[in-house]
Design a protein around this ligand. Structure first.
Ligand code: PLP
Length: 469
């Protein structure tokens, strides 16, 4: 792992230093953040851009004529153009709508395009791997309008099964598809799906929440008509999302929300909506967040989206190989094997351990992988991390009850002992979580890397030996 990172196109150690949150410790050890699919961390440049905006420029946009109001408006509109260029939008100033997040972007399409264009009996084609954000709005519309929902199935490898695409897309008015699955990591063949959809007369709305942050995305090459994504998954702040839509489609869509900023003219008995994108941005928009998003895009582009994709492909391959190598059939990884249609999202199941328990154990270990084997009366559990390896042995007391545990933490490269009771303690907790039962620990403060742990003998309860608990 270490060697791979050093040789990599991206120097991960250098990039890590840009992210202040990675400097903190959790459970006494450096944080290992593996939840970027839910939300990514922000580099200092994004935080600084937003702080600088609040300190020097903050004003409302599109309404004041004083200097800071004009500056704020210019910066907000510049962020729009940058966001559009980032995904290859032909006319960013008209086609990029700022929303709250991907969910709101997709709801905008369902509410505005959907309510205008879909009638009872019309069909919408989704896939079985859609995030709730690209499923529930269509279910709501199906309830309200009586539209038919069809689904492209997922095959055993976690890919979309397109064998029946032509039949399923026939007569459909809209196709909704995730560009990269947030569960399986599958990168879907959007160009092929768009081609079939357009041949059937349907428009395509793509959910780019996972793809836009991790690979080069070009809406023209994908052939989609709408693309939704969120800043907070691409190193930007929460509170701002993007909807890109083809200008002719946006121009024909009614406003989603009503209020200030989205009107050209208003009387007591009628209003005239502004053109896109203002038409879809009622009320004060996320101004500082747009500036943060622009800084995030600048950061991603400075690293390079091609390099990010290449780096992630290597990491994904490494992770899949390492999991298979170390855990074998105990660990089931969902989604396609490493390759061109696989992103870095990784979902796995470990034996029959509940996902919640496994996540808690991993949180305590701060590890990427955990190995656990049980043979006869001895249980061995070892965990690996980037630089260290921990071994924990549980001896059997002859009656099937393990009673003595020792943990040693070794530096895999120097062979030196390191770490301390903290990690050992976490390992024991992991062991207990995996086996059920209860455990008592004895650990001298500053006892170094080794510590002793007594597991209760059969029949003993916390009440009987309170000093152990
Ligand atoms: N679509 C996909 C594929 C996602 O992964 C997510 C979030 O995890 C969403 C949509 C929703 O994004 P948000 O919560 O930013 O609206």
């Amino acid at each position: 792992m270490h060697d791979t990172l050093i040789e990599d196109l991206i120097d991960a150690e250098v990039v890590r230093k840009d992210f202040p949150l990675l400097a903190r410790e959790v459970h006494g050890r450096p944080i290992v953040y593996l939840d970027s699919a839910a939300t990514s961390l922000q580099p200092r440049a994004v935080l600084a851009a937003m702080e600088q905006y609040y300190e020097t420029t903050h004003a409302n946009v599109h309404r004041g004529v004083y200097a800071t109001a004009e500056e704020a408006t210019n910066r907000y509109e510049a962020a729009r153009v940058l966001a559009g260029r980032f995904i290859g939008a032909p006319d960013p100033a008209r086609e990029i709508v700022f929303t709250k997040n991907t969910t709101e972007s997709l709801n905008l399409v369902a509410h505005s395009w959907g309510r205008t264009n879909l009638r009872a009996g019309d069909a919408v084609l989704l896939t079985e791997m859609e995030h709730h954000a690209n499923l529930v709005p269509w279910l709501q519309l199906a309830d309200e309008r009586g539209i038919e929902l069809r689904y492209l199935p997922v095959d055993g490898d976690g890919r979309l099964d397109l064998s029946d695409l032509d039949r399923l897309v026939d007569g459909v008015k809209l196709v909704g598809v995730s560009a990269m699955s947030n569960v399986l990591g599958t990168i879907n063949p959007l160009a092929r799906i768009s081609e079939a959809a357009h041949a059937a007369g349907a428009v395509v709305v793509a959910d780019g929440a996972q793809s836009v942050p991790h690979l080069p995305v070009d809406v023209a090459a994908l052939g989609v008509d709408f693309l939704a994504f969120s800043a907070h998954k691409m190193l930007g702040p929460t509170g701002i999302g993007v909807l890109w839509g083809r200008a002719d489609l946006l121009d024909a869509m009614p406003p989603f929300l009503g209020g200030g900023g989205m009107i050209l003219d208003v009387r007591l008995d009628r209003f005239l909506p502004a053109d896109s994108p203002q038409r879809f941005e009622a009320g004060t928009p996320p101004i500082a967040e747009a500036i943060g998003l622009a800084a995030a895009i600048d950061y991603l582009q400075a690293v390079g989206m091609d390099r990010i994709r290449a780096h992630e492909q290597r990491l994904t391959r490494y992770a899949l190989d390492a999991l298979a190598d170390r855990l074998g059939p105990d660990c089931r990884v969902f989604g396609p094997p490493a390759g061109d249609d696989r992103g870095g999202v990784l979902s796995l199941a470990f034996r029959d351990v509940h996902a919640h328990d496994l996540a808690q154990v991993l949180d305590h270990l701060t590890e990427n992988a955990i190995r656990h084997t049980a043979a006869g009366g001895t249980v061995t559990l070892s965990a690996t991390r980037a630089l260290g390896e921990a071994r924990l042995q549980v001896a059997d007391n002859g009656r099937g009850v393990p009673f003595h545990v020792q943990a040693h933490i070794f530096d895999r490269f120097s062979g030196e002992e390191r770490g301390g009771p903290g990690l050992g303690l976490a390992l024991v907790k992991a062991l207990v979580e995996l086996h059920g039962g209860w455990v008592a620990l004895e650990s001298e403060p500053g006892a170094g890397a080794a510590f002793t742990c007594h597991l209760p003998e059969a029949g003993q309860t916390p009440e009987a030996r309170p000093e152990l608990f």
